[in-house]
Design a protein around this ligand. Structure first.
Ligand code: MN
Length: 752
């Protein structure tokens, strides 16, 4: 193709209006406009004429492989859009210009100023999905369609592309054999199944026959010749078969058309292959279609069925009611197979004109019926179901612009990317190269070192876009980084990284246990696991495993623990560190010097915290962080201080059981100026700005000081522990109530 690169011209409406068309082109425009008027609701003639002119002017000098001027291609595509797809005049205008922006110096902006937003939008869409179609990675039609729909926000974009492909394969004979085969197989593989899913049977059949003719001309010609030979006999048979039926329908004043539908060549061929039968046996399954003209209804279809089965014997198991239960692509029809007196089997399809339009032209036919409906849904099947619903319940009054409703926001939540081998991988939106790696195989995820997206090196945490081709470079050993947890969205990757972290902890803990056991051996001390477990929890470890882990990663000194265990073994109990000075006092001495004194000081065994009477030292237990308003109890420790626990605290309950004589009553003073530490757990849906909203509540509404905030977010959920200074239980409760009202927050509770 040659192109005038210097023609960076900006076209105006005036220039186009004034451009003259030669006689041949005038005839072409007239032909196109006639098709538009025959098939479309309304026709903006000026736009179509000017689009034709702009197409011709912009493609000036360019030719197709056949030697024809290039602009005849968009012209033919526009004819297909007008006649076979019959969508609207905007689509026809866009079809005329579908290669203009892609192949010439004319810009989308220029198109917009001349033809308006909707035409420009469609052309932009066609240009954009060009890349998807050129994408050699796509393999399966279904996945390909998903990708296509996720990119094209308007279904008309895809339909124009169907028409473009149809004209291209109609004119394939001018290309090299190699190119022919490539395009033909791609069309059979991708376009034909897609057209089928869209319900575009006429276009699908033409795709198949044209490609079949190219791929296997001998078989094609054989079947075509046989069909021709049998034509006369077939027409005669159909005539005889239909005569009595036509008479009956005439009596009822039915308006109908009969088609002795010859199956298309490719489908006959496929049946011959599949059933391993000669042409005659396949072909002799006659198929007749009866189409009831508007305004016949589906009830009338049933009457036709009744008349046919009055004359011929139906085969019950061959009956299909696609009117009550349409196919997923919207197809509606009654199918029955009957046997004539001579034993000939005939398949009969009965449908209304509207059903036939939809069967031939698919979804596009909807636009012609101007039915409204709800916006697109999340999956293709729902989408198709919706189309079916629209079909079943016509709403002719709906003023909604049907095309607008069709704006596809399907698959908004998914992206489609490719492996280097061309396999399609579906990931949630926001997925990164790390997600991709884990999606391929957990081992690839664990060993991922770097990534290439579309041939370029990128960081592993890079987010992927639709159509990206992703290659993961792996290392020979495990390279998993626990921090990746923040860069993944897929369940698979999250689970695998967590599992890895747990495994890593286990390895460290095992190592810690080894260190611990060696230390025990060296110190010649023995302790049962049960005792050790008890001790470790008294020392503040969450579990024995936790203690070993902290030894293993050296965050806690093994000697320190050893010393405590040795003391425990020699004394038979573990004491708090602060009491170690007193460990030599015997119980009697303790009773006299401290316990008695404490009891005397505390008025009648009752301590008023923050009150005047408390000239006794007290601490708040950090296992339960009591705050004013909580039910509390005091526990007199060996040095005479009082430790204050919440009454419901696990440790407090234990102490009340074992050392009840050291427990004293404790009350809060009426008013307290002090600040106490409280903690709140917040669970909710993770969203941008949630932490901000939470801290806002704290600072603005309560003038509360926060000590720390610890946030965990995982697969869309948010879990935070807020530690803050409050002046009492009521204050804390107030904050909890307020936080519960933050949008997205599901649970708020006091955290111990
Ligand atoms: Mn084209």
């Amino acid at each position: 193709m040659t192109m005038d690169v210097d023609r960076g011209q900006y076209w105006t409406v005036d220039e186009l209006d004034q451009a003259e068309l030669c006689t041949a082109d005038q005839a072409r425009v007239k032909e196109l406009l006639a098709l538009c008027h025959a098939h479309l609701e309304s026709v903006n003639e000026k736009n179509i004429v000017n689009a034709f002119k702009l197409s011709k002017l912009s493609h000036e000098g360019a030719t197709r492989a056949s030697g024809e001027p290039f602009y005849l291609h968009p012209f033919e595509v526009a004819k297909i859009v007008a006649e076979d797809l019959a969508i609207d005049d905007v689509s026809v205008t866009a079809a005329l210009l579908h290669d203009t922006v892609e192949d010439t110096s004319v810009t989308v902006e220029n198109v917009r100023t001349i033809f308006g937003d909707s035409v420009a939008h469609l052309i932009d869409g066609v240009t954009k999905i060009e890349g998807v179609f050129a994408n050699r990675h796509a393999k399966q039609a279904e996945a390909f369609m998903k990708m296509l729909l996720s990119m094209a926000d308007d279904i008309r974009v895809v339909l124009i592309k169907f028409a473009d492909r149809l004209h291209n394969i109609r004119t394939l004979q001018h290309l090299s054999r190699e190119k022919q085969l490539k395009i033909a197989s791609e069309t059979l593989d991708l376009y034909a199944p897609l057209a089928h899913r869209f319900g575009l049977f006429k276009i699908k059949n033409e795709y198949e026959d044209l490609c079949f003719k190219l791929l296997d001309p001998n078989s094609y010609n054989f079947i075509a010749r046989k069909l021709k030979e049998k034509k006369e006999a077939r027409e005669q048979f159909i005539g005889e078969f239909m005569t009595p039926v036509e008479t009956e329908l005439g009596k009822l004043n039915f308006d109908f058309e009969i088609k002795g539908r010859p199956k298309h060549i490719y489908s006959i061929y496929r049946k011959m292959q599949q059933q391993q039968k000669p042409f005659e046996e396949i072909y002799d399954l006659f198929a007749i279609r009866i189409i009831l003209e508007d305004p016949h209804t589906k009830e009338d279809c049933w009457r036709v069925y009744s008349i046919i089965t009055d004359w011929y014997t139906p085969i019950p198991k061959r009956f299909r009611d696609f009117i009550s239960v349409p196919k997923a692509n919207g197809y509606q029809s009654l199918h029955t197979t009957v046997i004539t007196k001579t034993g000939q089997r005939v398949e009969v399809q009965i449908r209304t004109r509207r059903m036939d339009e939809i069967a031939e032209r698919g979804l596009a036919a909807h636009w012609r019926y101007k039915e409204g409906g709800a916006a697109g849904s999340a999956t293709l099947d729902k989408f198709v179901n919706w189309v079916r619903d629209v079909l079943d319940t016509p709403r002719p009054d709906a003023a909604t612009d049907f095309v607008k409703d069709f704006q596809l926001n399907l698959y908004q939540d998914e992206i489609y990317v490719f492996t280097p081998g061309g396999d399609l991988i579906t990931l949630p939106r926001g997925a990164t190269c790390i997600d991709f790696a884990f999606e391929i195989h957990s081992e690839i995820g664990e060993r991922a070192m770097s990534a290439k997206v579309n041939g370029k090196m990128v960081p592993l945490r890079q987010k992927l876009k639709i159509g990206d081709q992703v290659e993961i470079v792996t290392s020979s050993k495990v390279n998993l980084n626990p921090d990746w947890i923040d860069d993944v969205v897929t369940h698979k990757a999250i689970a695998r990284i967590r599992q890895f972290v747990r495994h890593q902890r286990r390895v460290i803990a095992d190592n810690g246990r080894e260190i611990w056991e060696k230390r025990l051996d060296k110190g010649k001390v023995e302790i049962s696991d049960q005792d050790l477990m008890k001790l470790s929890s008294q020392m503040g470890f969450k579990s024995l495993q936790d203690m070993f882990y902290q030894i293993g990663n050296e965050s806690y000194s093994v000697d320190k623990i050893f010393k405590k265990v040795r003391d425990y073994k020699s004394r038979g109990r573990l004491e708090e560190e602060e009491t170690s000075l007193l460990q030599n006092l015997d119980e009697q001495e303790f009773q006299q010097t401290y316990l008695t004194k404490a009891r005397e000081t505390v008025d009648k065994r009752s301590l008023v915290i923050d009150g005047d009477l408390s000239n006794i030292r007290y601490h708040f237990a950090n296992c339960c962080n009591p705050i004013p308003g909580d039910e509390v109890m005091g526990f007199i420790s060996r040095n005479g201080d009082v430790k204050i626990h919440r009454s419901a605290c696990k440790n407090a309950i234990h102490l009340m059981n074992t050392d009840s004589e050291r427990v004293i009553e404790v009350h809060w003073a009426a008013a307290s100026a002090s600040q106490f530490l409280g903690a709140i757990k917040v669970i909710g849906e993770d969203r941008v700005g949630l932490v901000n909203d939470i801290t806002d509540v704290l600072s603005k509404s309560f003038k509360t000081n926060m000590k720390s905030i610890n946030v965990n977010s995982d697969s869309g959920m948010f879990e935070g522990i807020l530690t803050l200074y409050v002046n009492g239980r009521d204050h804390l409760q107030e904050i909890i109530d307020k936080l519960a009202r933050v949008p997205g927050v599901k649970t708020t509770m006091r955290y111990e």
